[in-house]
Design a protein around this ligand. Structure first.
Ligand code: ATP
Ligand code: LTN
Length: 334
């Protein structure tokens, strides 16, 4: 059986980048891959690699789960759970640390970037984070891992660790493959379209759109997105990164191809009409998500879904963990 694993950190509110680059894809995949079992989790252990406010973290874990479902994830189809509720993740994470070399961790681009943003108090777990991510994946024998481009390096390390473990201890882990979206793999910052849209690195609120933003705010952010002084609408990431980013968003939310959108606006003499249309598209899309979210967050259903998800994940994970421990000589009894 095929298995798909992916996680999302509850480090901030969800952005349009997370939606297009990750969540929307899960929703599509759950329909496109009927023979695949899905494990999708809120990566709360990953969140504490950097300092977090405890109350905020607690509420975000549930909010993010509710948003996933509001975005169309079907809890009957997908095991949705909170990472720290399945403790095998941390245990296998440690075993992956004992499989990886320090140099491999130090080479990770995300580590280098995040470390640069922090002056002091850089946590050890920020360095060892990819070992935990490898564990998240290998624990479920996952062969499909949908992620954005920024995670490919971590995925490659996961493959290396799986292969190294397998060659040291005998065949144990499935070597996973990344699955990257074609459109919208990297949604850019609206104010600086050379950077990725990120909820934790951007200082200006106009840089990103949150799924929880009010709809007028959303429209204004699209209308004030930075674009070039040319007026024709076409895709050119190098010379027209702003317009190219807006075209990507347009395409991802309408399922029209970039070419079809360019064709539609080919007679425009300014960006205004295109931006107004896109503002409506984004606001209406997010508006629908918010309606479902508000229903869920006010009910008990969410806790039931997360309890059920954790129970099923644990069943799988504990069996796998017993095998792993046995392979490395840590299991006292058969
Ligand atoms: P941060 O920017 O705070 O470091 P993040 O948003 O990159 O966090 P996650 O919340 O864990 O990190 O990301 C969840 C998923 O969303 C990942 O697969 C990631 O690649 C994807 N993602 C995040 N930002 C974008 C973006 N701007 N465009 C496309 N995909 C994105
Ligand atoms: N590192 C990822 C989140 C993440 C993940 C995973 C994704 C943690 N564990 C396992 C896929 C599979 C991120 O920062 N976006």
């Amino acid at each position: 059986m095929n298995r798909l694993v992916s996680g999302i950190k509850p480090t901030g509110e969800l952005t349009l980048g997370n939606y297009i680059g990750a969540i929307k894809q899960f929703v599509q995949l759950q329909n496109e891959l009927p023979d695949t079992e899905f494990f999708i989790f809120i990566a709360d252990l990953h969140a504490i690699t950097t300092p977090q406010d405890k109350q905020l973290l607690k509420s975000r874990i549930k909010e993010i789960a509710a948003f996933y479902i509001a975005c169309g994830l079907d809890p009957n189809r997908v095991n949705l759970f909170v990472q720290s509720e399945v403790m095998e993740h941390a245990l296998l994470g440690y075993i992956m640390e004992s499989t990886a070399y320090i140099g491999e961790m130090e080479r990770m681009i995300q580590f280098k970037e995040k470390r640069r943003n922090q002056e002091q108090g850089v946590r050890t777990s920020l360095l060892t984070y990819p070992a935990l991510m490898a564990a998240d994946i290998l624990l479920y024998d996952a062969n499909i891992v949908p992620v954005g481009e920024d995670q490919v390096q971590h995925l490659e390390l996961t493959q290396t660790l799986a292969e190294r473990f397998n060659s040291q201890y005998g065949d144990t882990f499935v070597v996973p493959k990344p699955y990257i979206t074609k459109v919208g793999a990297k949604i850019k910052d609206l104010q600086d379209p050379t950077k990725k849209m990120s909820k934790s690195n951007d200082l200006s609120v106009k840089s990103y759109i949150l799924l929880s933003d009010n709809l007028n705010q959303i429209k204004n952010k699209i209308k004030s997105a930075v674009t070039d002084s040319d007026t024709s609408i076409y895709f050119d990431e190098v010379n027209k990164p702003g317009i190219s980013n807006l075209l990507t968003i347009y395409s991802a939310l309408t399922n029209l191809s970039i070419e079809e959108i360019v064709e539609k606006y080919k007679n425009e003499t300014s960006y205004a009409g295109f931006k107004i249309d896109l503002a409506e598209i984004v606001a209406s899309h997010i508006g629908n998500i918010q309606t479902k979210y508000n229903e869920l967050i006010a009910s008990n259903t969410l806790d039931e879904i997360l309890d059920q998800g954790a129970m099923k994940a644990k069943m799988f994970a504990s069996r796998k963990m017993a095998k792993v421990l046995n392979k490395i000589g840590l299991k006292r009894k058969k």
